[in-house]
Design a protein around this ligand. Sequence first.
Ligand code: NAG
Ligand code: NAG
Ligand code: NAG
Ligand code: NAG
Ligand code: NAG
Ligand code: NAG
Ligand code: NAG
Ligand code: NAG
Length: 538
Amino acid sequence: MDQLAFNMFLFLLSFIGCCAGQSILPDGPVDVILGRNVTLKTLVDKPDFAFMIWNFNNEKDQVHVATRSPTGIKVNKPYEGRVAVNETNGFLTLTFLTSADSGDFSLNIISSDGGTKTGEINLRVLEPVSDVVITSDLSEAIEHNSTVVLTCSAKGSFLKFAWFKGATAIVADDKRFILKEEELSSTLTINGVLRTDLSGQIYCTATNVLEKDKSAAFNLPVNYGPDTVSITPPNPAKFLRSKSNFNLSCSAVSIPPATFNWYQGQQKMEVSGSLLTLEMIEKHSLDLEVKEYTCRATNAKTQRVVPSPAVSFAVMEAISGAKVSGPIAVLIAGNSTANLSCKATAGTVKTTSWQKDGKTLSAGGRLVFSTDMSSIMINPLQKEDNGEYMCQLINPVNTDKASYKMLVNYGPESAMVKGETSVEENDNVVLTCSAASLPPANFTWKFNGTMTTTKTAEFKIEMARYKNSGTYMCEAHNPVTGKTTTYTHTMSVREEGTSEGLSDGAIAGIVIAVLVALGAAIGVIMYCRQKVPVESPY
Ligand SMILES: *[C@@H]1O[C@H](CO)[C@@H](O)[C@H](O)[C@H]1NC(C)=O
Ligand SMILES: *[C@@H]1O[C@H](CO)[C@@H](O)[C@H](O)[C@H]1NC(C)=O
Ligand SMILES: *[C@@H]1O[C@H](CO)[C@@H](O)[C@H](O)[C@H]1NC(C)=O
Ligand SMILES: *[C@@H]1O[C@H](CO)[C@@H](O)[C@H](O)[C@H]1NC(C)=O
Ligand SMILES: *[C@@H]1O[C@H](CO)[C@@H](O)[C@H](O)[C@H]1NC(C)=O
Ligand SMILES: *[C@@H]1O[C@H](CO)[C@@H](O)[C@H](O)[C@H]1NC(C)=O
Ligand SMILES: *[C@@H]1O[C@H](CO)[C@@H](O)[C@H](O)[C@H]1NC(C)=O
Ligand SMILES: *[C@@H]1O[C@H](CO)[C@@H](O)[C@H](O)[C@H]1NC(C)=O
């Protein structure tokens, strides 16, 4: 039988078989990976046969594969070396499958009595799954704004795709997440992508009935922010000391990291970076008023600009070089006026207070404050005004103080001598003169009106004599005020051993004299009462 005739014969057989019914092959399809071997099994065992004929049908035509007869096997040329048909059960083994082997295989069993059984099974030769790769239409995305289209592509046959984020499957919701399958790829479209959508490991799998492959983890940067822009410290002191170590810093949640600009009120400062030092603020303006400071965070990718909350404070120069200036002229109680003024060489003074010898001064009487309290005037000065004056200059960042010693010359006030008024001969005598005075008074002494050589507060007599009895006048003199006061002290010197005061004889004399005077007075009164008034003869 030549080939053509044989083919003709087969054709006829298949025609018969198709009508005979009764399948001798299981339901397909049978899936096999490219390059592997397959054995197509039958549902028969030790059939009575004259021929077992395997044919291959692709969509175009039918090709004979091999025919088994009890005596041997005949293999069609294209299948030589690749095919075996088991004589016991008719199983067809095909090795080194190619994609051209995909198609329908049919088996005809023709028994020796001419009966025919026929069956057909589909064989799918699957390409292995490989090259599973995720690609993105964007190289980076912007949160809320971007629509990201991810494509998972793979090689293989009859593929199914799935998407995962970590271990969790990504499920389409047909709003933000849209999945679309094609033969060799799957697309995942994310509308209005969020920063969390693509964080973590995104991967996809491609699967067919026999195999599964997984892509490498995929990451797409999603730019976002700035969010939660904050300034530190959030509540700085209301007044900051000039040149002190103080910074404001700004932070924001942002990818890529935000850049920062600083504003004083609405005015942009020539400062960029997250740190604003007090030095920069002072360079920017010498205006020490309370100002608001904000930073604005900018994300170059999202093009969003977000301001921080505002903090406000004033920068204030510390007070230094406090000094009290007072009168230079010599001051005299009752006649001079003093003006004290308190000033600092640097800094802003908010409050001035005055103390004298540790007690707060208040206005009244001879003391007047200037309206800004920076100076005081005392008019006229009195000796009570002597003392140490302190002024305190205060602002919210520091205080400074200075003091002044006031020297008011006064006196001498009324002089006074202390000492004995009656001494015995040969006593030592000390008379002490005093008079309140600034500067201390100079003293001179006069005895019985005659200047002595004593120029000290004490007048000393050693071994008193009778001739020392008399008046001692102390003169206190203040060369600055030009005033002089005096005190006259009388002292008598008596005989040694005599008691102080009048003698017995003298006392008796005085008593008699008083009695005589009394008697005389009574006599005169009596005489006047008895005398009758006489009319004048003329
Ligand atoms: C297929 O069969 C051939 C011949 O029997 C053998 O050499 C080869 O290793 C088999 N291949 C596989 C993948 O089993
Ligand atoms: C044919 O199949 C039978 C039953 O499975 C088996 O015992 C026998 O070894 C097979 N013959 C060959 C040549 O493979
Ligand atoms: C402020 O910033 C400067 C410059 O970076 C730094 O030297 C200083 O220590 C900072 N001061 C404070 C209080 O953080
Ligand atoms: C993002 O979207 C907003 C609102 O639709 C738009 O105003 C803005 O310009 C967009 N940003 C970018 C960087 O395209
Ligand atoms: C007080 O001042 C007046 C005028 O300056 C002067 O004439 C007088 O001498 C002064 N008195 C004293 C005690 O210094
Ligand atoms: C003190 O100050 C007052 C007011 O400023 C001024 O009138 C007076 O002349 C001053 N007196 C002295 C002694 O400086
Ligand atoms: C007063 O006394 C002091 C020393 O106590 C002396 O230096 C001064 O010259 C005296 N002045 C007069 C005016 O005597
Ligand atoms: C001083 O005066 C007193 C009384 O006037 C007199 O008794 C005395 O003798 C006088 N002394 C001298 C030394 O002049």
